[in-house]
Design a protein around this ligand. Structure first.
Ligand code: G3H
Ligand code: 13P
Ligand code: ZN
Length: 323
C-alpha cells in the first residue's frame, strides 16, 4: 500500500509509522515479526546503498515475500509500504515506481530551492500516475552515511513550506529540526556531559521550528529522518567486545515520543538496527570464539533487532495495534 491513508490515520491518532531500512534477510525478518506481533503498520525502506548491496530485484521480491510471511504469522491484512529512501534522481525514483514500490522519496534538499521544486514536481507527476506517494525534503540534515552526507545542518524554513508543498504536490515532507544521520549525531562540543555517567547529553530538537511548520501546513504529513537514539547499551557492548565507537550519540527517545504525537507521522530508524546487529555479532563471537556458523550469530542479531523494533513501535512511536 502507499502512505496516504496510513499517514492521515497516524496524524489523527497521534502516533508515527516506523520506517525501518533493510539490507538483508535478518533485518527484514525482524521487522516483519515485530510489526506482525504488535500489529503495527510499517514502512520498509530501501536506500540506494541497499539496492547496490543486495540487488534491487532480490530486495523487491524479498519485500513481496515479507507480505506473505506476515500473513503466515497471523497478520491477516498486513499494512506494509515498500519505500525508496533518499532517491537522488528522477531516473532512480522512476525505476522504483516501475518496479512496484508503493512510495518513493526524492531527496533534492541539497539543491537550490527552485531546483528542488522542479525535480520533486517531476517525480510527483510521474509517481502519482501509478498512485505511488512521494516524500520530499526541505532543509538539510547533518551527518554522514554511504549515500547521504552533509557536514552542517540547515533547519527547514517554515516560511517556505506552503509554497514548496503546493508547487510540488508532494505527499509528505521531511524536515530538518536537529536530527541527523548515523551514530554520531552531535559532536561532543554540541553536547553537555552527564556528570554521573560521563555520557554525552545531546541538545534538544528544534520543536519551535516544527510548531511553526505545522502552523503553516496544518495536518500535512511530516517526516523525521536521522531518528536513531543510539542506545548506549549497544554502544557499550560493541566497545567491550573489540569495537570502537567513542562518544556515539543519538536522539533521546522521549523527544521522538513527543514528535510522534504531532503531525510527524513517519520516523526513520536505521542506525539503531545496525548497532543492535553489530553488538550481537561481536558478543557472540567474543563469547564463543570457535563459532563459525553464521546462523548462530546472525540469529542472535535477528532476535536483538526484533526486540529493538518492538520497543520502538510500542514505547516510542505508539503505532502498535494500529494495523
Ligand atoms: O538515511 C540513510 C539510511 O540510513 C541509509 O543508509 O545509504 O548507508 O544505506 P545507506
Ligand atoms: P538514522 O541514521 O538515525 O537511523 O536515520 C536513518 C534515516 O534517516 C534513513 O533515511
Ligand atoms: Zn534519511
Amino acid at each position: 500500500m502507499n502512505t496516504r491513508e496510513m499517514f492521515a490515520k497516524a496524524i489523527k491518532g497521534g502516533y508515527a509509522i516506523p520506517a525501518f531500512n533493510f539490507n538483508n534477510m535478518e533485518q527484514l525478518q525482524a521487522i516483519i515479526k515485530a510489526s506482525a506481533e504488535t500489529k503495527s503498520p510499517v514502512i520498509l525502506q530501501v536506500s540506494k546503498g541497499a539496492r547496490n548491496y543486495a540487488n534491487q530485484t532480490l530486495l523487491r521480491y524479498m519485500a513481496q515475500g515479507a507480505v506473505e510471511y506476515a500473513k503466515e504469522l497471523g497478520w491477516e491484512k498486513p499494512q506494509i509500504v515498500l519505500h525508496l529512501d533518499h532517491g537522488d534522481s528522477f531516473e532512480l525514483c522512476k525505476s522504483c515506481v516501475d518496479f512496484g514500490f508503493s512510495s518513493v522519496m526524492i531527496d533534492a534538499s541539497h539543491l537550490p530551492y527552485e531546483e528542488n521544486i522542479a525535480l520533486t514536481k517531476k517525480v510527483v507527476d510521474y509517481a502519482h500516475q501509478f498512485d505511488v506517494t512521494v516524500e520530499a525534503e526541505l532543509g538539510v540534515l547533518a551527518g554522514v552515511e554511504d549515500e547521504v552526507s552533509s557536514a552542517v545542518s540547515h533547519y527547514t524554513k517554515p516560511e517556505e513550506v506552503v509554497d514548496f508543498a503546493t508547487r510540488t504536490g508532494c505527499d509528505s515532507l521531511a524536515i530538518s529540526i536537529g536530527t541527523s544521520h548515523g551514530a554520531y549525531k552531535f559532536t561532543p562540543e554540541q553536547c553537555t556531559r552527564d556528570p554521573k555517567t560521563g555520557k554525552l547529553v545531546p541538545p534538544p530538537l528544534a520543536f519551535d521550528v516544527l510548531d511553526a511548520i505545522m502552523e503553516q501546513l496544518p495536518g500535512f504529513p511530516i517526516v523525521l529522518h536521522g531518528s536513531s537514539s543510539v542506545p548506549q547499551e549497544y554502544v557499550d557492548i560493541i566497545n567491550e567486545n573489540g569495537g570502537k565507537l567513542p562518544d556515539a550519540v543519538g536522539i533521546p527517545e522521549e523527544q521522538l515520543r513527543k514528535a510522534s504525537k504531532s503531525a510527524v507521522c513517519k520516523i526513520n530508524i536505521d542506525s539503531d538496527s545496525r548497532l543492535a546487529f553489530t553488538a550481537a555479532v561481536r558478543k557472540v563471537l567474543t563469547d564463543k570464539p570457535g563459532e563459525f556458523d553464521p546462523r548462530k550469530y546472525c540469529g542472535v542479531a535477528r532476535d536483538w533487532m526484533e526486540d529493538l523494533y518492538k520497543h520502538k513501535i510500542v514505547n516510542v512511536l505508539g503505532s502498535d495495534g494500529k494495523a
